[in-house]
Design a protein around this ligand. Structure first.
Ligand code: ZN
Length: 245
């Protein structure tokens, strides 16, 4: 089965459409998303509705989604993120809100687990180190776990009892899954990349070929930035989109 994999859309509709157009060319039978459909960006309703119209769409809830639904205190966030959450609450349609309400904290099926932050703390932990991989090892059961939250495309792997390896993933990089090895993949962020590369990030997971491949795609960053300015979102958020940080 071929899955399109993405995360951290953050209400960036233009980036989302670019990513979905690319993923669609692989004829995926399903889509996996690690949460944060909203927050930061200008078009929450459009993003939520487009995602939920995808075939076989599986998505877990992210910390921004939770805060918009009043399930995580706004005090958790810095001031520009908190302002964007207030904007999202004001803007969100009843339909988009009810779709967000359906997203669970974690999902597992077949060989795959989905969480936003980490298996032991899906809402909050940024999973970035080998030590964290080990600390999380007993909190998920499958061979592969997809996470988001850090907005950095990463492959983390642990062969047998060895110390985990961590690889930053670049455009076109394809990981071939080995038996007796567990993987945590972060597909990077669609709507607000943070690895000094402003291109939207996504991946393709092929369960038969046992591969995960990452893609970075150019989209109309300025168009999203202009819309953010018109909707009164913070200059800091607008600027970071251009810098990919
Ligand atoms: Zn995020």
């Amino acid at each position: 089965m071929i899955y399109g994999v993405f995360s951290d859309v953050h209400a960036n509709y233009d980036a989302l459409r670019t990513v979905l157009k690319h993923l669609h060319s692989f004829r995926p039978e399903g889509y996996l998303c690690c949460g944060d459909l909203v927050g930061y960006g200008p078009q929450p309703n459009e993003c939520v509705e487009l995602c939920f119209a995808l075939p076989n769409f599986k998505c877990v809830i992210g910390n921004h989604d939770m805060s918009v639904l009043d399930r995580l205190p706004v005090a958790w966030f810095n001031s520009s993120a908190a302002e964007a959450i207030a904007f999202t609450i004001k803007t969100l349609s009843p339909k988009a809100r009810s779709l967000l309400e359906t997203m669970p904290l974690s999902l597992d099926f077949g060989d795959i687990t989905l969480v936003h932050g980490s298996p032991r703390n899906p809402a909050e932990e940024y999973l970035l180190t080998g030590e964290q991989f080990l600390e999380n090892a007993d909190f998920w059961k499958t061979q592969v776990c997809f996470v988001g939250h850090s907005h950095v495309p990463l492959a983390m792997s642990r062969a047998g009892e060895k110390f985990p390896e961590i690889t930053a993933l670049r455009h076109g990089e394809k990981i071939l899954l080995e038996p007796r090895t567990r993987y945590i993949f972060n597909p990077g962020s669609v709507g607000q990349p943070r690895d000094r590369n402003n291109r939207a990030s996504c991946g393709i997971f092929d369960t038969e070929a046992r591969t995960f491949e990452i893609f970075r795609l150019e989209y109309k960053v300025q168009k999203t930035q202009e819309l953010m300015r018109r909707r009164g979102l913070s200059e800091l958020l607008i600027e970071r989109l251009g810098n990919g940080w």
